[in-house]
Ligand binder design. Sequence first.
Ligand code: FES
Length: 200
Amino acid sequence: MSNKPLKDSVKRRTVLEGICAAGLVVPGMVGAQVLDPATLTPPQANDVLVYSYGDESGNVIGINELDADSKQIFAWAMDPVNRILRNGTRLNQVVLVRVAPDRLSDETAARSINGLVAYSGVCSHTGCDVTDWNDEFLRFQCPCHESQFDPADGARVVGGPAPWQLAALPLKDIDGAVGVAREFEGRVGFPQPGLSPFGI
Ligand code: FES
């Protein structure tokens, strides 16, 4: 008899324990609620993005939505077949912004759809949510220690203590919705010695 299921369950438990220990589980997802491992899976090819917050929370985001060069929004990836939201860990948070196409670097343009670009929403310094927007320079700004990332150029670090750029999430058009073309490119998260499940 194969012991693969046992190995898989041990591996899954290890990842879950690592995520819980790092405080990366989304508030409200533990306790009475049992985490579905699929909610912990990073955004996958052919997922669609949905709004995380506000009146539109849970609605699929269209490729013509969002104003150019305006503040980013937060999104989750959702498997459109079984409608599983990948919101079990903060590491799956996505920031989405529309950039004027003439400002995109070639590499970033190749990952964009209709000027929309997406990145991990977790700062690479100590893991705060990248919630702020610098209106003057049209950059993401982390509220904790003011690292800045340029969404038009691969979210490279352009200020502050962040050690690396935000991981990029390549996009595509899925029947008019903002879809995921491939998994995150680059490192998601922040330096945490000993927490190898995150690949850091
Ligand atoms: Fe973002 Fe420190 S956590 S700059």
